[in-house]
Design a protein around this ligand. Structure first.
Ligand SMILES: Cc1cc2nc3c(=O)[nH]c(=O)nc-3n(C[C@H](O)[C@H](O)[C@H](O)COP(=O)(O)OP(=O)(O)OC[C@H]3O[C@@H](n4cnc5c(N)ncnc54)[C@H](O)[C@@H]3O)c2cc1C
Length: 332
């Protein structure tokens, strides 16, 4: 359903909608996939997952940062989360987008913000800091920043998107880093990225196998795809790959039962927990990946209270509304 995917990706990229949605607070069911916007709510979520033997990586939501002040504020919010993780002795670390730290307008500012975060992470039991990958046009910034910092910090890792033709080359470039391998969440063109699910899945398996066979650093396999997960379980068994060498990861609120079952089977498991006010773009990307997620939203969207609130972002949400009914019918 490429039209639907493109539609939600376009919404996720709309800065005005993101700003308005931030003021309104999570809706359309986003509160089921975002762990609140207060530190106590976040601590409660992490503790609950830790009790089930699941580690957490926290994403302090926010991507559209356009001033130095906003970038510094984002860095301070990330530090606040890190303090909470440390103070409450939680088994958790951070996932960070460098766009949030100012990379889109001043890469050096993002570097300085990230370095401050990494220095604090060293004090907090060497907490792991993962740099998420975003749209392709920011990949070079991520690579430059990681390359600048990887010699100084051993607790730094990043993400490789399997839909990119250059994914395998990136796996080869970073044998010494902890890496998260994903299929890729953005809309990229046919000159740089595979377009079909079969091609992306094939390259995903290719990079997972290559990495697991050739590298002892932790590899995070971040997917909700049961076929890929089963393949990895069998592959690691057949090749005597130690369970400590890899972990599975999923997003908070998706396939929770499967996540808990895998953790119970003795595999390392980590859940990516988004936190904060800036929920819109994150949620739209999830809808782009899997329109069935709209079932989460449907009831809430049609309540009279919600319809009243929606006046402010009416243009786009009317479109979402029409799509909701079409897609939820298809999803059943
Ligand atoms: C922890 C984590 C971190 C991520 N970080 C990044 C990042 O830094 N950069 C980036 O570009 N992307 C990131 N992503 C997103 C990723 O790239 C994919 O867009 C996203 O995970 C969807 O792909 P998938 O592998 O889950 O499988 P898909 O190809 O979306 O789904 C495959 C199959 O899995 C099953 N399935 C999937 N979801 C569900 C569900 N909710 N319920 C039931 N069945 C389901 C269905 O059978 C589906 O056909 C991250 C994903 C995760 C899990």
């Amino acid at each position: 359903m490429p039209i639907i995917k493109n539609f939600f990706i376009a919404l996720s990229n709309n800065k005005a909608l993101n700003n308005t949605a931030k003021k309104l607070g999570p809706m359309f069911g986003a509160n089921k996939v975002v762990a609140g916007n207060t530190i106590p709510a976040l601590v409660e979520t992490i503790s609950r997952l830790n009790e089930k033997g699941i580690v957490v990586t926290v994403d302090n939501l926010g991507e559209y940062v356009s001033t130095e002040g906003e970038a510094i504020m984002a860095k301070d919010q990330i530090l606040e989360v890190m303090y909470a993780i440390n103070n409450y002795n939680l088994d958790a670390h951070m996932s960070i987008k460098i766009s949030q730290l100012g990379a889109e307008f001043d890469l050096d500012l993002a570097y300085r913000n990230l370095r401050e975060i990494l220095l604090k992470a060293n004090e907090f039991k060497n907490m792991h800091i993962n740099i998420d990958t975003e749209k392709y046009d920011s990949l070079l910034d991520v690579i430059q920043t990681v390359d600048r910092l990887k010699g100084e910090f051993k607790n730094l890792g990043t993400v490789i998107q399997a839909y990119l033709f250059k994914a395998e080359a990136l796996i080869d470039k970073y044998p010494e880093l902890r890496l998260r391998l994903v299929k890729g969440a953005y809309k990229e063109n046919e000159f740089i990225a595979y377009q079909t699910k079969d091609e992306i899945d094939r390259n995903y398996i290719n990079i997972i196998e290559k990495r697991l066979l050739n590298c002892n650093h932790v590899t995070s396999i971040a997917t909700h795809d049961n076929q890929i997960i089963n393949h990895v379980k069998q592959f690691t068994k057949d090749n005597n790959i130690d369970k400590e060498q890899f972990e599975f990861q999923m997003l908070y609120g998706f396939r929770t039962e499967l996540a808990e079952e895998i953790a119970k089977q003795g595999y390392n498991f980590c859940i990516y927990v988004p936190y904060g006010d800036d929920w819109f773009s994150y949620f739209m990307r999830r809808l782009a990946e899997r329109p069935q997620n709209l079932v989460l939203a449907y009831k809430e969207f049609t309540s009279p209270k919600m319809l009243k609130k929606l006046g402010i972002i009416a243009g786009a949400t009317v479109a979402v509304g029409s799509l909701l009914s079409i897609i939820t019918k298809k999803a059943k």
